[in-house]
Ligand binder design. Structure first.
Ligand code: JFZ
Length: 476
């Protein structure tokens, strides 16, 4: 059987031209048993839907929301959800937070309405972060909501409330688990190996449990997979991924789940993307289309610099709605999704600062989401004023303008054979854009209205026309 799989994989790998990471002509160097399962993008409806989301919401919520980055009156310098790993915190004292977990203000419907108003089309929710606390009553752990004063299943409430609003749900799951005594960072002794075998069983059980309890979810978002112990589990993780996909056909899993047999993560030893989309764009955004190598991807972003769980201090640079809208536009212009993180408080409420930001993004989305949903790379060279986006087959290009140049004209260089037929604002009619042709398929868009408080969208209706050189190129 192994032989058949091996030769099948070998055949598949060398016979299908690569679409994603590498130029088509490049042959794979390694024969891998636990490398990428697929070459090129997924083409099914579930993935097509994922591709069109544009905007998503991330929620980090767990025990760490109770201390909110503070312990015995001292502020922790790292991310609030990492508090348990801080030297000053006794592990048993942290774990005792379970007895305080009783979020009386938690209302999943309210969260889902905030997300809906913001314009999010998917949410990723932390079922279990690194501290090991389970937000669902897992049969395989005694460190869950069921043992807390709150008792009720939080994951279920989130899944139900968001789906009711038409928002797709993805579950975040940390493989690394600080609470489970069988977790290891590396496997050096027989004892480690025995313990980690138990840990693998526990992990598998919990994942199957999540997929069975919440069959309507659209995907899993893995984290805490970087330690040597897990990186060495190529065969186990590969078979677990296959099992999860069997239980839940169409499920979407990013590139942060498993490593290949050489310990390569995200991209296998041949440079092929592992999983359905690239999951490495964390708090960073690619600059140009070449950076994403034709892969699906999303960017997960925090509002402060690096805080995912609730942090009382809310310090450092806090991104503004305009900054976040610009990031969203940039992601979509490079065919990625933008996922904005929220860290609800220990009592279950969403802090005012975050709710305000969500509302302002939502106000912008209400007028401009046509340039975001189901849009991607438009194929035009980037200009300094902002970002082009486009829907697949439409004859419309959206200009999401974030910086108007002092020279006034917004430059557009269309590909040869594409001319602008019509220009109009998506929502703000005071802009009154006009088109000036300045060269072969090159234009300046001029605006009447010149004061801008937030990004705005200009629509270019295009038509295909045989090109001829009206303007002479410079001879050099
Ligand atoms: C991880 C977590 O440790 C963190 O608490 C949060 O949940 C975040 C979404 O994910 O942090 C990471 C993981 C990966 C990178 C950086 C931070 N990375 O690949 O650059």
């Amino acid at each position: 059987m192994k032989h058949i799989i091996l030769s099948f994989l070998f055949f598949t790998i060398i016979s299908i031209p690569a679409k994603s990471q590498q130029p088509a002509a490049q042959k794979d160097t390694f024969v891998l048993v636990h490398g990428a399962h697929r070459i090129g993008k997924r083409t099914d409806a579930a993935m097509q839907r994922w591709r069109g989301y544009g905007l998503g919401q991330f929620i980090h919520w767990g025990l760490y929301a109770i201390p909110g980055g503070e312990w015995n009156g001292k502020q922790y310098n790292g991310a609030a959800e990492w508090l348990r790993s801080w030297g000053e915190v006794r592990k048993s004292a942290y774990d005792s937070l379970i007895y305080q977990f009783n979020p009386i203000k938690f209302d999943a419907t309210e969260w889902a309405k905030i997300a809906k108003q913001m314009g999010a089309r998917y949410v990723t929710f932390t079922t279990k972060h690194h501290d090991g606390f389970c937000m669902w009553p897992s049969k395989y752990s005694n460190f869950t909501v069921a043992q807390s004063p709150y008792k009720k299943d939080i994951v279920k409430q989130v899944v139900d409330a968001y789906e009711k609003e038409g928002i797709d749900v993805y579950l975040y799951f940390s493989i690394m688990d600080w609470h489970n005594p069988d977790w290891r960072y590396d496997i050096k002794t027989t004892e480690d190996s025995i313990a980690f075998d138990r840990f693998k069983k526990y992990t598998r059980n919990q994942l199957i449990e999540l997929l069975t309890r919440y069959p309507t979810i659209k995907g899993l978002w893995f984290d805490g997979t970087w330690d040597k112990s897990w990186v060495k589990q190529a065969a186990f993780a590969d078979s677990l991924e296959t099992e999860m996909r069997k239980i839940h056909p169409g499920i979407i899993i990013g590139s942060r789940f498993r490593a290949d047999e050489n310990g390569k993560r995200h991209f296998d030893s041949n440079g092929r993307l592992m999983g359905d989309y690239e999951q490495g764009w964390e708090r960073k955004i690619p600059n140009k289309i070449e950076d994403v190598h034709g892969n699906d991807w999303d960017c997960v972003m925090t509002i402060p610099e690096n805080q995912w769980g609730y942090n009382k201090a809310w310090k450092g640079h806090i991104k503004t709605p305009n900054e976040l809208i610009e990031m969203l536009a940039k992601c979509v212009s490079l065919s990625g999704n933008f996922v904005l993180n929220f860290g609800p408080k220990g009592d279950g409420s969403i802090r005012k600062e975050e709710a305000d930001i969500a509302r302002q993004i939502g106000d912008w989305m209400k007028e401009n989401s046509e340039a975001i949903y189901d849009c991607g790379y438009a194929g035009l060279p980037k200009q300094d004023w902002g970002y082009f986006t486009k829907k697949d087959s439409a004859n419309k290009i959206y200009m999401i303008v974030c910086n108007v140049p002092v020279s006034d004209g917004l430059r557009v260089d269309a590909p040869k054979g594409l001319t602008i037929a019509k220009t109009y604002p998506l929502s703000d009619t005071s802009l009154q854009p006009t088109v000036e042709e300045i060269g072969n398929n090159s234009y300046f868009i001029h605006l009447k209205h010149k004061e801008h408080k937030k990004p705005f969208v200009i629509v270019l209706e295009t038509k295909k026309e045989k090109s001829y050189n009206k303007y002479e190129d410079a001879k050099t």
